[in-house]
Structure formats: C-alpha cells, structure tokens
Design a protein around this ligand. Structure first.
Ligand code: ADP
Ligand code: TRP
Length: 354
C-alpha cells in the first residue's frame, strides 16, 4: 500500500546549503531536476538545512545559504509550478523518522559508510549527526515514499542505505498478524544518476567539491571564471592513455570540463560548433596540438556564455527575497500535509498510538 496523496510517482532530492553551488552540482544533479520536471513525477526538492547544520554552525550563514539555494534552483530553471521547493527543517517529521531508523540500525552498519570512513581515516572529529547523516537522508527520501532520487554518484551509497532501511523497517514492523507475511509500507527508492556526468572533475582533476576548494561556482563572475579556468591543472592527465589514440597527450582536465557542454544548444547557436558532438570537440582539441592556452581560453569563453544568463536570472529573482521566503513557508506546509498520512501510519506501526 502506498501513501502518496497524488497518483504520481514522487521524485525527491536535496542539496545542502553549505556554500555556493558549483558546476559539479549543476551537471551532477541540479540539471536533472529541470530535465525531469516535465516527466510526470510529483517533484519535491528541498534545501537540506538539517544536514547542513553538521558543518555550518552560524545562524546567519545557514539561513542566508538556505535562501540562496532556493534562489539558485529557480535561477537554473526549476519551475515552481512543477516542483515543490521546500526547506527540510519545515518538515520536522523527518527527524522523528530518523530516530525510528536509529533504533533499527546497527553501529557497524553505519560505520561502513564512505563519508564516515573517510572522516575517520583523516582523523577528523566526527559529530553524532555526521555519523548518522545517511539515516537522516533515508528519512528525507522514505517519508515521501519516493520512487526516484536524482543525485551525483557520490550519493549512491546513501540511496542504498535508504533502501536497506526501508526493507528493514518493512521486515520488522509490517508483518500481517496472521502469517507473518510482509506488507511493507515503504517503497524502494531508485537513484537516478546520469553516467556521463556522474563525477565532474574540479580544477585540480579530482572530484569537484566545495570542500576541496577546486570548484567553479555556478554563478561566478566572468573574471572569477577566467581565473579558475586558467588555474586548471593541465599536466596531470591525457584524454587517451593508448599512445596510438589521436587524443593521447591532449590534457584531460580541460577537456573533461568542456565536454559537459556538448549538445548545449545555446552555445552551439552562439557559434560554438565544436560543442555539437564529442567528435567535433575532440577534433577542436586536436587542432590546437595540445596547446593549453587556446583550449583554456575557449573553455572560459564557453563557461561565461553559459553562466551569464543564469547569473542575470539569479540577480532578478534575488530582488524579491520575501517572495522566496513565502514560497518556502507555503511549500513546507504543503509537504507536511502530504507526508502526514504516511507518518501517521508509521507511528501506528511502531506502537506510538495507544
Ligand atoms: P560538495 O561536494 O561540493 O559539498 P554536495 O555534497 O553538496 O557537494 O552535493 C550536492 C549534489 O551534487 C549531490 O547530489 C552530489 O552527488 C552532486 N555533486 C557534488 N559534486 C559533484 C561532482 N563533482 N560531480 C557530480 N555530481 C556532484
Ligand atoms: N546528502 C546529499 C548531498 O550531500 C543531500 C541530501 C540530503 C539528499 N538528503 C537528501 C539528496 C535526500 C537526495 C535525497 O548532496
């Protein structure tokens, strides 16, 4: 039995409000929201402010970043008529669900999470919230009985945690009285990961991430873009490793960012015909005979062309922060109402109703 108040399948995803989004966030997940918003899902997208609190512990910074991220979503083309954009903390039931999940999850299971293992390997101090981050994320997803969760590849394991947790809850709490037959209330969510852009590289060739300081912010100014592109490390790789391949020796870091724009009709219409296909981009790269400067200049120019309208749109939307606040508050209430039935059912299943 499912509990969606609409007949549509639910799509849900969130991003932390931990700084300015970058082109890795955009190509890895934000763009997918725009592409999927017309596909008949009931779309719910949130700013993960509870998750952000793990690392952002300053009220003004967190609330400003939350508002900013809501503006960012709208600026990239998320249509508020098709997508309910809300703030995670406006649905406090997710923390109740997290507590329930805490109670059915073992420590060793969560200790296998990549984020925890990485932090431990680096001897970082880990707070309790960081440790149970995957369970809060499972609650974010399962509270909607979502079917599809667009994310970047690094979040795949978290979706698996959500699936395991759904399965465990169903197994423990959803047996029928007679046969012990399972009649789970949670559906199994599927990650939606676009393989071509699953890991967008940063200016150092590693995965682009705010926390590595190797990112190109999505709404950066022209000068910032030029500076960041010029600082792309060019000598660390080659597009092809096989020496007989014509792309051998062509620096891969610039190419791997440039190829994100293949097929972008705005850029092609603006005369960037080398972005029409992978082959034409390769041809363009080969034509420079591996000279970095013209390739970087071309990438910077293309990024500027791509980012300028986004930045303009963002500036326009940002003029009315109160409208955004109002939208978030309204949407928070809508989502709370939508998850109400499932939450009531969960409370009953675990024995909170006497
Ligand atoms: P960051 O690592 O910069 O802090 P987040 O953890 O906030 O990014 O990620 C937000 C979303 O963007 C997630 O769905 C994540 O998978 C995706 N994402 C982040 N970095 C990349 C990247 N370099 N390539 C593809 N997707 C990414
Ligand atoms: N953990 C995700 C990230 O770092 C953000 C997030 C929180 C999320 N809850 C989610 C993504 C639920 C998808 C679904 O980017």
């Amino acid at each position: 039995m499912t509990h969606n108040t609409s007949n549509n399948k639910v799509l849900v995803t969130g991003i932390q409000a931990t700084g300015r989004p970058h082109i890795g966030n955009y190509f890895g997940t934000m763009k997918q929201i725009v592409e999927l918003q017309h596909k008949g899902y009931e779309n719910r997208v949130f700013v993960a402010d509870y998750h952000s609190l793990v690392s952002v512990q300053d009220a003004d910074t967190l609330s400003q970043s939350t508002l900013d991220l809501a503006i960012d979503y709208l600026a990239i083309g998320v249509d508020p008529k098709l997508v309910t954009i809300y703030k995670q903390s406006d649905v406090p039931e997710v923390t109740e669900l997290t507590w329930i999940f805490n109670s059915i999850t073992t420590m060793p299971y969560l200790m296998r999470a990549h984020a925890f293992k990485d932090a431990e390997a680096k001897n970082k101090e880990i707070n309790v919230a960081k440790f149970e981050y995957p369970l809060l994320m499972a609650a974010d997803i399962l509270i909607h009985n979502a079917e599809i969760v667009p994310v970047g590849k690094d979040q795949k394991q978290h979706i698996e945690v959500a699936r395991d947790t759904a399965e465990k809850f169903n197994r423990i709490f959803c047996k029928t009285e007679t046969e012990g037959e399972e009649a789970g209330i949670f559906k199994m969510p599927e990650a939606y990961i676009v393989s071509d852009v699953e890991t967008v590289p940063g200016i150092d060739g590693q995965k682009m991430s705010k926390s590595y300081g190797n990112h190109i912010p999505l709404f950066s100014e022209d000068e910032e873009i030029r500076k960041l592109v010029m600082s792309i490390v060019t000598d660390s790789g080659s597009v092809a490793t096989d020496s007989s391949d014509p792309m051998a020796g062509i620096p891969s870091n610039v190419f791997n960012i440039h190829k994100l724009f293949i097929g972008n009709s705005d850029l092609i219409n603006a005369g960037k015909t080398y972005l029409a296909s992978l082959d034409s981009l390769k041809e363009f790269y080969r034509s420079t005979e591996g000279k970095y400067k013209p390739l970087k200049d071309a990438l910077a120019e293309d990024l500027i062309l791509f980012i300028t309208p986004l930045r303009a749109r963002r500036a326009e939307i940002a003029k009315n922060p109160d409208e955004i606040r109002q939208m978030l508050a309204q949407n928070g209430a809508i989502i709370r109402e939508k998850v109400h039935h499932l939450v009531a059912d969960i409370r009953k299943k675990v024995g909170f109703v006497v």
